[in-house]
Design a protein around this ligand. Structure first.
Ligand SMILES: Nc1ncnc2c1ncn2[C@@H]1O[C@H](COP(=O)(O)OP(=O)(O)O)[C@@H](O)[C@H]1O
Ligand SMILES: [Mg+2]
Length: 371
């Protein structure tokens, strides 16, 4: 048998070779990235493919994208520095003007390793001022190079962790005069859409909300089969089953497809369900223990109930699972939803992660639903 190369990966956003579909959303983003002064909010569940979509749209549009993932920054100055360092070198002829712009916008700045860097200053006011200077600089820079520039704040809900409860209002004030730069906000927290777009929200009527939902199941199933065959498997026909088991999030589907491919490529017997259990009960076991451990006992019972397919607030569920009151179940649901362990899909409360759902169900004592 020739060496088979697993064509699936899920650890980082899909690159140009691994990216599929998004036929409706790609043109929308590509178009916006070629314009000026656009503001778009991409929202949708985790692992649906928002980051992959933004990065691939920028690549296809050959657009300048300055990307900052707020969930990985420790403060606003760091987020500002990430953006600053993503600004490409201006072409020859504009270098002097670019340095002048830098001098205009920044006082405390140094060149390290060929890149501008603001000195760390953790006072909230200075951190905000740093972000403001960087964004003002980028708007001027877009004018200098005379090409569209887009800024992306990924996991934008974390702006509140970095800058306080009103942080998005401050940002709105900063970017309002920026007519050249496009801003893309993206995030998976269910609170992000209301935080941004409700009548009293900072960006009410100022951003175009775009939902990044599931890729149609047949398309994804066909893509998995074709890709598996290109990776060297003959008669790959498990795509539909993988999609059905992994659920709507693209990242989960790709992860399961990778493990199924692995099983088949090494000639091991095993169904798609076996691959699913391999991930849920072995590969991710330690991670799930880490999610489970901080949960309160009511939260654990709620998770168990949902994993067992029972509505967590129904009277018979409360009784069967020993939850004393509907209100304590409700409090647990709110915090499990805020921490994104649970999510709502058309009013039904489900696990965000299908593998975690399986893990919770599998670790319940047989015949006893309680933790
Ligand atoms: N359009 C796509 N084509 C192929 N794989 C995708 C696509 N979108 C997402 N993925 C897969 O899903 C994983 C999670 O996607 P990501 O863009 O990080 O999601 P999000 O930003 O919504 O959390 C990626 O690592 C990739 O494996
Ligand atoms: Mg993402």
């Amino acid at each position: 048998m020739p060496t088979l190369v697993n064509p699936f990966f899920f650890e980082s956003p899909a690159d140009r070779w691994a990216f599929t579909d998004r036929e409706e959303l790609l043109p929308l983003l590509q178009h916006a990235m070629g314009e000026q002064g656009r503001r778009m909010l991409l929202y949708g569940r985790r692992r649906m493919g928002k980051t992959s979509l933004i990065q691939n749209a920028a690549r296809k549009a050959k657009a300048e994208l300055l990307y900052s993932d707020l969930s990985t920054a420790s403060d606003l100055t760091e987020a500002a520095n990430k953006l600053l360092q993503a600004v490409p070198e201006p072409e020859t002829g504009l270098a002097d003007k670019a340095v002048k712009l830098v001098r205009k916008h920044f006082r405390a700045i140094a060149m390290t390793g060929g890149k501008w860097k603001l000195s760390a200053d953790l006072r909230p006011a200075s951190a905000e001022a740093n972000l403001e200077s960087v964004l003002n600089y980028i708007d001027d820079y877009a004018g200098l190079i005379d090409r569209p520039v887009s800024v992306c704040f990924d996991e934008f809900q974390d702006i509140r962790t970095l800058g306080g409860d009103k942080a998005e209002w401050k940002l709105r004030g900063i970017i309002q005069p920026h007519r050249r730069v496009n801003y893309f906000f993206s995030g998976s927290d269910h609170r992000l859409l209301p935080w941004m777009t409700e009548p009293r929200a900072a960006f009410y009527k100022q951003v175009q909300p775009v939902e990044v939902g599931p890729i149609p199941t047949e398309k994804l199933a066909t893509w998995i089969n074709e890709r598996s065959e290109r990776g060297g498997l003959t008669h790959a026909d498990f795509g539909a089953e993988v999609v059905a088991l992994a659920g709507p999030c693209t990242g989960d589907v790709v992860r399961l497809a990778k493990t199924v491919f692995e099983l088949r490529a090494t000639g091991k017997k095993g169904s798609v369900r076996d691959a699913f259990d391999e991930i849920a009960l072995k590969e991710l076991h330690n991670e799930f223990v880490g999610l489970w451990r901080p949960c309160t006992s009511v939260q654990r019972v709620v998770l168990r109930a949902i994993a067992a397919g029972r509505p967590p607030q129904a009277a018979d569920t409360l009784h069967a699972f020993g939850i004393r009151s509907a209100s304590s179940a409700q409090t647990a649901i709110v915090s499990l939803t805020d921490s994104q362990l649970l999510t709502r899909v058309q009013d039904a409360l489900v696990f965000d992660n299908p593998f975690f759902c399986r893990w919770v169900a599998a670790n319940a004592v047989a015949g006893d639903a309680k933790p």
